[in-house]
Every structure is written in structure tokens, then in C-alpha cells.
Design a protein around this ligand. Structure first.
Ligand SMILES: [Zn+2]
Length: 212
């Protein structure tokens, strides 16, 4: 487990190698201001950050991570940093794409699928409330895949949760409007870290297909 000393050493390496190498790119992004064209909504335990996955330059992506990479419905009660971030990305930065990036072996989805989710003395109230955004996925998988292995149930719940987040994105009026004007596209991608594959949700078929 890396300790804070390793972080400081790592920063020294960054400062002496990556920073001078990419100084022109970094300067360019400072001069032109924040103008990412794609927002990623991903999970805190994705393990490989989108900038590394998609080989982008600093400042090219607008990334928001949360537990499970979930998107609540528009006007959900509570304080949600994610809704403010979405609003700013769409109405302020006018991003052209939003990608909800789920992933395999997701600890957040694992928590949602666990028995702890149901116990009153299990998950904390804040955790349960947050994960409940995708409880419909959990309920469907538990009902329809009771004979399947835990791993298969988890994988199905990861995909279903992603579809729920996509559906919830559509409830934001400014997102629906910009999509209608053909100025915004939304995507649901699932990253399998073991296979090194990304599967994209196809809303026309309801299935996931490899992106490459
Ligand atoms: Zn995760």
C-alpha cells in the first residue's frame, strides 16, 4: 500500500520528467481555459483513470468520480456534487459527450448486491441512500438471475446500473434539450479490467458491444 512518502517521491518524478515534457501542452490548456469536450462519470475504484485509458492530454477530459459511477434522477433530494458537475459540464462548458463509465469487479456494486444492503445495521444510511439510485438493477438481477453465480449477478448488476444512470441523465431537461438539438451525445461504457475490453451499451438493441 503506497504511503504518503511514495506520493511525494512520485510528484518529484512528475516534476522532473512529465511536467517539462508536457509543458507546452499544459501551457496551451491554461491559455485557452477549461474546454473539455467529453465528461466522464466514473467510479472511485475504477483503478485506471480515464485519461490513462483513453490516452488523452491533460485537461481534455472532465472527470467526475463517485461511488459506483451513478447518476441520480434530476431534482433528487439531498446534496449531490454530481448534479452540479453535470449542470456545469452541459450548460457551462457545453461538452459534446457524456460517458458513464462502469467497470468490472466494482466494489460499489458489490456492496449494493451484498446482504449488508438489506440489513438495518449493515450499510450506513448515506451509503444505502446513494446506492439506492440503482436499486432497480439490484432487484431485477436478484429476481431474474437467482440461479446464476454471484460473479454473474454482479456483472449483470454493473451493466444494469449503468443503463439506469443513462436513463436518469435523460431526466435532466438541459441534457434532453441539447440531445434533441444534436449537440450532446451520451454513452454507457463498461470497462473490464481483466480483459482490457470496453463494452458499449447500444440503446437500439439493449445489448453491450465491444467499442473496438
Ligand atoms: Zn466501482
Amino acid at each position: 500500500m503506497p504511503d504518503i512518502g511514495k506520493m511525494v517521491s512520485g510528484f518529484r518524478v512528475f516534476k522532473s520528467t512529465t511536467f517539462p515534457e508536457q509543458q507546452d501542452i499544459i501551457r496551451h490548456f491554461i491559455d485557452q481555459g477549461q474546454k473539455p469536450t467529453t465528461m466522464f462519470i466514473s467510479c472511485v475504484d475504477l483503478r485506471i483513470p480515464p485519461a490513462m485509458l483513453f490516452a488523452t492530454n491533460p485537461g481534455e477530459l472532465y472527470v467526475v468520480n463517485n461511488i459506483g459511477g451513478l447518476v441520480p434522477k434530476y431534482n433528487s433530494t439531498g446534496v449531490h456534487g454530481i448534479t452540479a458537475a453535470i449542470e456545469y459540464a452541459v450548460t457551462g462548458l457545453e461538452v459534446e459527450n457524456i460517458v458513464v463509465l462502469g467497470h468490472a469487479k466494482c466494489n460499489s456494486i458489490k456492496m449494493m448486491m451484498s446482504d449488508e444492503f438489506d440489513k438495518t445495521d449493515g450499510l450506513s444510511e448515506s451509503m444505502r441512500t446513494w446506492l439506492s439510485i440503482a436499486s432497480e438493477a439490484r432487484d431485477a438481477v436478484k429476481a431474474e438471475m437467482s440461479e446464476s453465480s454471484i460473479e454473474e449477478q454482479q456483472a449483470a448488476c454493473e451493466s444494469e446500473s449503468l443503463v439506469i444512470s443513462l436513463r436518469n441523465l435523460m431526466t435532466y431537461p438541459y441534457i434532453a434539450q441539447r440531445m434533441e438539438e444534436d449537440k450532446l451525445n451520451i454513452f454507457g461504457w463498461h470497462f473490464n479490467i481483466e480483459e482490457g475490453e470496453i463494452m458499449a451499451f447500444d440503446p437500439d438493441t439493449g445489448f453491450f458491444e465491444p467499442i473496438s
